[in-house]
Design a protein around this ligand. Structure first.
Ligand SMILES: [Zn+2]
Length: 206
């Protein structure tokens, strides 16, 4: 089922299933496409600068019209996911990169009843700003404009204190720290434990 488009690139063990469903994908409403592209942009951010540049040069409507191009994009995303998950089996932690934008995103999603793709786009935007402060990331503008290019939101006004309270309850929290996915640069995500007090300060001042 494609009801929840987390699965646009979420199904990795049945690549043939993905292929057969291209025509089904093409019948999806536009907002489901946007949801799927939020995850694709996420993959580009954490692992694939070349794909990021390709997305910059293309558009949602172009992918919707061009089956072959869409097929390649989906294959590439499935491969990124497979590699990250496989690597995780040897080198603990790579899988966590897939949470980029999701920690803050899930908090916003539940509080404001957004679609998943919209919520993680907002989450990615703020994770970029946190990355600026903690690891000197300097390409936030490019990510914000790519999200806009694919009809996805970036900045949003939300109750930062309330969001932090929700975020604190996240199961990824380990005692006084929380693992957060940051970007060193486009195509290179890193997982970093952040002290909760510090994180609270950063988020409430975003
Ligand atoms: Zn997701």
């Amino acid at each position: 089922m494609w009801v929840h488009t987390k699965n646009l690139v979420g199904i990795i063990r049945q690549p043939s299933f993905i292929l057969h469903d291209i025509s089904l994908l093409q019948s999806l409403p536009i907002n489901e496409w946007e949801n799927g592209f939020a995850e694709i942009i996420k993959h580009a951010c954490i692992k694939d600068a070349a794909m990021f540049r390709h997305l910059q040069k293309t558009s949602l409507t172009a992918y919707m019209k061009d089956k072959r191009m869409l097929n390649e994009l989906i294959q590439r995303n499935a491969m990124i996911k497979i590699k990250v998950v496989q690597k995780d089996e040897f080198e603990k932690g790579d899988r966590r990169l897939l949470n980029f934008g999701h920690t803050l995103g899930h908090a916003v999603e539940t509080q404001y009843q957004l679609m998943h793709g919209q919520a993680i786009s907002i989450g990615m935007t703020y994770a970029c700003h946190i990355s600026e402060q903690l690891v000197g990331f300097s390409q936030t503008d490019q990510i914000v404009s790519l999200l806009g290019q694919y009809n996805l939101p970036s900045y949003a006004s939300f109750d930062k204190k309330k969001i932090f309270e929700v975020l604190k309850m996240d199961k990824k929290r380990i005692k006084k720290e929380m693992n957060f996915v940051l970007l060193e640069k486009i195509g290179k995500g890193v997982v970093m434990p952040i002290d909760l007090k510090r994180l609270e300060k950063i988020i409430t001042n975003l």
